[in-house]
Design a protein around this ligand. Structure first.
Ligand SMILES: NC(=O)c1ccc[n+]([C@@H]2O[C@H](COP(=O)([O-])OP(=O)(O)OC[C@H]3O[C@@H](n4cnc5c(N)ncnc54)[C@H](O)[C@@H]3O)[C@@H](O)[C@H]2O)c1
Length: 278
């Protein structure tokens, strides 16, 4: 485990776009930044062969503890957060790359309690959220009144649980898919609304039921995702940001989000016993 001179041992759970990026970045630049790769797990281990050094491949996720990680970064699916989150926190800090999992109030509470009980940190990466720490400060000062997030993407970039988008056609333009609380949106689009989930963590007094969101399909957005954030405070205070994140057609994750995750990982040091937006 980490000492003053030893690097932070990181376990990567999931080897999709984000997992591949983080694992490679740690292998390439980890020594400079004080990080080392403890393991990489993927549900199909064969995907890792030839790409990840054999000794770093974890075949069975249940045996993660033997790798003695300082931080475990989940970058695969909310199901894994539900199945392993509390176990991870019993042994190490945990960066939850799929924070839409926290929309489940029972799981949210269990993870918070585990972090406190074991003196670990549950890290929530800002991802594509701009100004997350400002939102958190406004929240902590007790003056946040409302928060609304609109995420607009090309229809090929959505992974929805229902079939509301199964009939899209190129050139159809803009379509509002859902509008409602982040608690309602997370189960409908678990892979697409992590940014909203991070916002619901930042604005904890509003929470998943109080933060409002909208997801919009727009065939004109073939080159980037758009995230709009509208924050309302007291006495007429408001902020409206529009973030354009370059993204290829079909990409769930915009390109700027990769570096955002890397920066989040770099800040996973010493915040014991709580939930921390990083
Ligand atoms: N916090 C954020 O702002 C943010 C931004 C982008 C992506 N994400 C989330 O991070 C995760 C990874 O994103 P990505 O772009 O790398 O996605 P990806 O689709 O490229 O990779 C996901 C990986 O997880 C695996 N996987 C899928 N379902 C699984 C399951 N039930 N059990 C085990 N493994 C499973 C897939 O095989 C794949 O290897 C996703 O949950 C995504 O929603 C969060």
């Amino acid at each position: 485990m980490e000492t003053a001179s030893s690097p932070l041992r990181v376990g990567i759970v999931g080897y999709g776009h984000l997992g591949q990026f983080l694992a490679q970045r740690i292998l390439d630049d980890g020594p400079y930044f004080g990080l080392t790769l403890a393991f990489v797990w993927n549900r199909n281990a064969h995907k890792l062969r030839g790409l990840v050094p054999t000794e770093l491949i974890l075949e069975d996720l249940s045996s993660f503890a033997v790798r003695e990680c300082d931080v475990i970064a989940e970058v695969c699916h909310p199901h894994i957060v539900k199945e392993f989150g509390v176990q991870f926190l019993s042994k190490s800090n945990f960066m939850v790359g799929s924070p839409s999992a926290l929309a489940d109030p029972d799981l949210n509470q269990k993870l918070r309690q585990a972090a406190q009980h074991y003196g670990r940190t549950l890290y929530v990466p800002s991802g594509a959220l701009w100004g997350g720490q400002d939102i958190q400060r406004l929240n902590d000062s007790g003056t946040i009144k409302a928060l609304f997030i609109r995420m607009s993407k090309h229809p090929s970039c959505f992974r929805l649980t229902g079939d509301v988008l199964s009939d899209w056609t190129e050139g159809e333009g803009r379509r509002v898919l859902f509008r409602g609380s982040v608690a309602e949106l997370c189960p409908l689009a678990p892979n697409n609304v992590n940014t909203m989930a991070a916002a619901a963590v930042a604005a904890g007094t509003l929470g998943f039921t109080g933060v409002m969101g909208e997801i919009v399909s727009d065939t004109a957005l073939s080159d980037y995702h758009v995230v709009e954030v509208e924050v309302t405070g007291s006495n007429g205070f408001s902020v409206h940001t529009v973030r354009r994140n370059p993204a290829k057609l079909g990409a769930v994750t915009g390109s700027a989000t990769y570096n955002s995750f890397w920066n989040s990982l770099l800040s996973c040091k010493g915040h014991g016993g709580r939930v921390f937006l990083c």
